[in-house]
Ligand binder design. Structure first.
Ligand code: FAD
Length: 304
């Protein structure tokens, strides 16, 4: 089956891209294996008209919108391989099905890499988060921890001081803050603890305290982690797309990567991670696909 467009990833980026391509009267299939980055959270914030909904509800509402368009299909399948042929792409699913498409949109998102410590996965998405714009309001004025083993420690600490005045930075044994940076934070009543963390204690995901390697237990009610992240799939690099300095996929304003016929959108791009921005980038990539397909159809007719 030759699709006009195959979209890999059915988060806000992929679904909005599908909406634009489908409304552009092109055959589009969204492949998705239901493992979005924010699957651990109970509420999503900051996306106008969707504020406070669960990630699943937002996804359901998005998929419902797509049902109005006969040219859009959603397939619950993981894509395991993409081959770039002369004038189209071949996609292979985990189940061994093969599809062909004229254009590809990568909307596979990112995956967070959390520091290794007991209890962190149980609190992540419940009372420990990665983005103050998403969850700062819910934790405002509480005694918070910032777990930061990397160079983002200072930036995140400054930002979080906007939501609480009771903040402790835990570097988990890493020397990521210079003495003058610690002094700056101290001047704003932000303590820095360099002792490694042994465990995060919690009740059903409600963070209670952090236990340190020196035996100390520090009471906190929630917090943030400056997590690292990586692309969910290696497709962009394998297909030869230019990547940005911070591991995102380089695109132009219409989602075009540096490889002809391949578009990308959403968290994949490595910019600020927000649902509304992912959806917007999906819309841009969808427009990019329609522009190219229409242009190519004109060229074919002219050369006849
Ligand atoms: C804990 C947490 C809380 C957050 N809270 C908020 C919030 O409150 N507000 C906000 O605006 N943002 C929030 N975010 C950020 C938000 O989740 C992302 O910005 C957004 O999900 C990005 O959308 P996306 O479509 O690019 O990627 P995703 O939503 O991650 O979707 C990517 C999709 O691609 C699929 N996929 C990946 N590889 C394949 C493959 N090979 N084959 C098929 N399918 C594949 C995945 O299963 C997934 O469904 C949060 C993030 C985290 C980690």
């Amino acid at each position: 089956m030759l699709l006009d467009c195959a979209i890999i990833g059915g988060g806000p980026a992929g679904l909005n891209a599908a909406l634009v391509v489908g409304r552009g009267r092109k055959q589009v299939m969204v492949f998705d294996d239901e493992m979005p980055r924010n699957r651990v959270t109970q509420e999503s914030h900051g996306f106008i008209t969707n504020d406070g909904m669960t990630p699943f509800e937002i996804r359901q509402a998005g998929e419902a919108d797509l049902q109005n368009y006969p040219d859009i299909q959603i397939k619950r399948s993981r894509i395991v391989e993409i081959q770039n042929h002369e004038d189209n792409f071949a996609l292979l699913t985990q189940e061994g099905e093969r599809f062909e498409a004229k254009k590809i949109i990568l909307a596979t998102g990112l995956q967070d890499i959390l520091p290794e410590m007991k209890g962190i996965h149980e609190v992540y998405g419940k009372t420990l988060f990665s983005c103050p714009f998403c969850d700062g309001w819910e934790l405002k004025d509480k005694p918070l921890a910032l777990i930061a083993e990397n160079q983002r420690a200072l930036h995140m600490a400054k930002l979080l001081s906007n939501w609480t005045k009771d903040l402790i930075v835990f570097t988990n044994g890493q020397q990521v803050l210079a003495e003058e940076e610690k002094a700056l934070l101290s001047a704003h009543s932000i303590q820095v603890i360099d002792v490694p963390i042994v465990a995060i204690h919690h009740d059903n995901g409600q963070l209670r305290s952090l236990q340190l390697a020196n035996g100390e237990i520090v009471i906190r009610e929630g917090g943030f982690v400056a997590s690292d992240f990586k692309q969910s799939t290696p497709f962009a690099e394998k297909l030869g797309c230019q990547m940005t300095k911070n591991g995102g996929i380089e695109t132009d304003i219409l989602g075009r990567t540096t490889v002809s016929g391949i578009f990308a959108c959403g968290d994949n791009l490595g910019g600020p991670a927000q649902l509304v921005l992912a959806a917007a980038a999906g819309s841009q990539a969808g427009m990019g696909v329609i522009h190219e397909l229409v242009q190519e159809e004109f060229q074919q007719k002219t050369s006849l």
